[in-house]
Design a protein around this ligand. Structure first.
Ligand SMILES: [Zn+2]
Length: 205
């Protein structure tokens, strides 16, 4: 198993661009046949080899097209090493197709809830941690550290609420009405803001 990509391919023969081309080097999906008949070698086209595709994180960054699952994503709690039964054995054990789909649905519902809860818990825990990585998702974040240039850091680190938003070709970080540049030093954490209260009519005047 390795990284799979959905990519855009421009045919070198007829220049037609096709989106949504499936490229999975480690699963041998490495060729794409254009409507003009030309076969594009995707490995060559993307410049990503089998070995490199097994290196999911790095390649994901390189492509920037498909998002990787974050590190905190929970592992499957039912690994093959502990539950070696194959899916093919299922019809033999439960031969009645009606009973089988009923059973599958019931178990599927249970496992869906387990997976959903596990992912949700892992997300909340990950969000609660301070990270060195600069946030890239738009939103509000706490920044704890020094926002100013290195020469002016003769003060205690400060907590600043920073608005992260998409700007042209980049991401803008604004805190205390000023841009925060990459020479800032500190840690980041997603800010959970309170629900805004209902405003009385008198406040709106
Ligand atoms: Zn073509």
């Amino acid at each position: 198993m390795g990284t799979r990509y959905i990519i855009s391919v421009e045919c070198p023969e007829c220049s037609v661009v096709t989106d949504d081309v499936y490229y999975a080097p480690t699963c041998d999906f490495v060729r794409y046949k254009c409507s003009c008949g030309h076969v594009v070698d995707l490995e060559e086209y993307m410049g990503i080899t089998y070995e490199e595709a097994s290196n999911a994180a790095e390649i994901g960054e390189l492509l920037g097209k498909e998002r990787q699952k974050p590190d905190y994503w929970p592992a499957n709690p039912y690994p093959e090493s502990i539950f070696p039964m194959l899916r093919e054995q299922y019809p033999k054990i439960v031969p009645d197709p009606e009973l089988r789909s009923g059973l599958s649905g019931m178990l599927g519902r249970e496992f869906w809830d387990i997976a959903s809860d596990a992912i949700w818990a892992a997300m909340l825990e990950a969000e609660d941690e301070w990270a060195e990585t600069w946030p890239t998702e738009p939103g509000r974040y706490w920044f704890y550290g020094w926002c100013s240039k290195p020469l002016r850091r003769d003060y205690d680190p400060e907590m600043t609420l920073v608005k992260v938003s998409n700007a042209v070709n980049s991401i803008a970080y604004v805190g205390n009405g000023r841009f925060i540049y990459k020479d800032a030093v500190g840690l980041w954490k997603k800010a959970v803001l309170p629900e805004p209260p209902e405003l009385e009519e008198s406040c709106q005047a």
